[in-house]
Design a protein around this ligand. Structure first.
Ligand code: SAH
Length: 243
């Protein structure tokens, strides 16, 4: 069943008034018809089972059948810090890690990241937010992950979370279960480096600030694979990948 995150002003007492862009998507792209059911979410944890009453490319309307308490969101808060890379690879990481259950993303400029720019680019930020919103709708999540502005590595050192992990391909001792002693919900940050990896100096600096180097196994993964594997291993260990 299709899901739509809508601004809270679109959700009236028992009626949903779909904005024009969504009305067009419903009619022209998804080809949904009156009488069909969809989910409407307000990105505040509320999910509304809705019947489409009038399907119009400008102003589709729905009737709220019932409000559902849904728990598709992880209890833990996983924040992925990922080195800036080519646009399509980074967007692929945002999409896949949204499906898996990441709640927050921060692109990071590291010594060997493909891009060194931290200049805020509103258009890029807007595109990224659209990508995670669509991925959250497709994966039936109740909230849209947040994408924070790009920062230099030095600015993520002081991140305050229960656990701060850095995926380091030269780590040969500590694995993710070793670094997450309690298999219970927590605020976890995971940092994944660029195609060129982290420098030893960066790992030493991170360690000094409480970021623990972890191995994702004996094989060296591409950064986009590492992002998926790291997030999955963490969420699975925290019990967030079950039914
Ligand atoms: N420059 C390295 C590979 C870097 S892979 C080389 O070619 O040997 C890109 C990123 O993925 C790394 O910075 C690290 O964050 C992560 N990564 C890849 N394989 C990993 C592994 N086995 N354990 C931990 N992190 C890994």
């Amino acid at each position: 069943m299709n899901s739509f995150f809508l601004p809270h002003e679109a959700i009236q007492i028992n009626t949903i008034i779909f904005p024009q862009d969504r009305s067009h998507q419903i009619m022209r792209v998804l080809r949904l018809q009156a009488g069909e059911h969809v989910y409407v979410l307000d990105n505040r944890g509320n999910r509304y089972l809705t019947e489409l009453i009038t399907v119009d490319p400008l102003a589709t309307r729905g009737r709220i059948i019932q409000q559902e308490l849904s728990s598709n969101e992880p209890v833990s808060n996983l924040h992925l810090f990922v080195a800036i890379t080519q646009r399509d690879k980074l967007e692929w990481i945002f999409q896949k890690c949204t499906e898996i259950g990441v709640n927050q993303f921060t692109p990071v400029v590291t010594r060997r990241s493909l891009s060194q720019e931290t200049v805020a680019n509103a258009r890029k930020q807007e595109r990224w937010t659209k990508i995670v919103m669509e991925a959250a709708e497709q994966s039936q999540r109740d909230c849209i992950p947040e994408i924070h502005p790009t920062i230099p590595l030095a600015n993520c050192l002081s991140y305050a979370g229960d656990y701060k992990l850095v995926a380091y391909e030269n780590e040969k001792i500590v694995s993710i279960p070793d670094a997450l002693p309690e298999a219970s919900p927590a605020n976890v940050a995971i940092l994944v480096g660029p195609e060129g990896g982290f420098s030893v100096e960066e790992i030493v600096l991170l360690d000094a600030q409480g970021w623990r180097a972890v191995s994702l196994g004996r094989r060296v993964l591409r950064m986009e694979t590492a992002a998926i594997v790291a997030c999955t291993l963490i969420l699975h260990h925290l019990g967030e990948m079950g039914i």
